[in-house]
Design a protein around this ligand. Sequence first.
Ligand code: CTP
Ligand code: CA
Length: 221
Amino acid sequence: SSEVETPGVLAGRHILVTAGPTHEPIDPVRYIANRSSGKQGYAIAEALAKLGARVTLVSGPTGLPAPAGVNRVDVETARQMAAAVDAALPADVAVMVAAVADWRVDTNADQKIKKDGTGAPPALSLVENPDILAGLGASDKRPRLLIGFAAETEKVVDHAVAKRERKGSDWIVANDVSGDVMGGDTNTIHIVTRDGVESWERLPKADVARRLAARIADELV
Ligand code: CTP
Ligand code: CA
């Protein structure tokens, strides 16, 4: 069944995975980031490679070692991630696990911003980053199976259902990050597809990854 690992079942497939946070510079020494550890995305990349897929892992800064058998492309910002994703296409499947920063500072200073002595803080003006998943969903290079992730702190499934439609993805894998999930080693997920919702029990991230890789392989048959 879908939970048995069959080596080679994804041989010949190219799968793109994004993972980690992005860092959006404020000046040469400061940035905006988030608590994503990259662990779930890295585990998924590794599990897909173990099933024989050629995996491109576009990763924000995580400090994690590249999983065995995976081609990692390192980026820092959302815009670099968007460019690396585009350069990696075509792909049969894309699994967009990265916690892409929603906003960047509109003009990143080329010198360190100094306190001006008055006690008045600098005003940072933010602009929205490109939505990489939605861009892929609308692209003529859209992968056959497009999977987004959604980290939510409330109304997890409702938000995921809406997000699936808005982004043009086939699945949204929703996880509740209201506990200590970010940086932790377990995950409780709901897979929202066009047909409904599959809810999995709380599992180690490596087990989530293996089951998801098997589920992806089933979908491509
Ligand atoms: N995503 C992306 N590019 C962005 C923002 C998000 O590719 N600029 C992807 C994420 O990798 C994830 C999915 O979109 O697969 C959902 O991300 P999420 O942050 O939950 O969605 P947002 O549309 O940014 O909505 P929210 O306001 O809830 O953050
Ligand atoms: Ca977001």
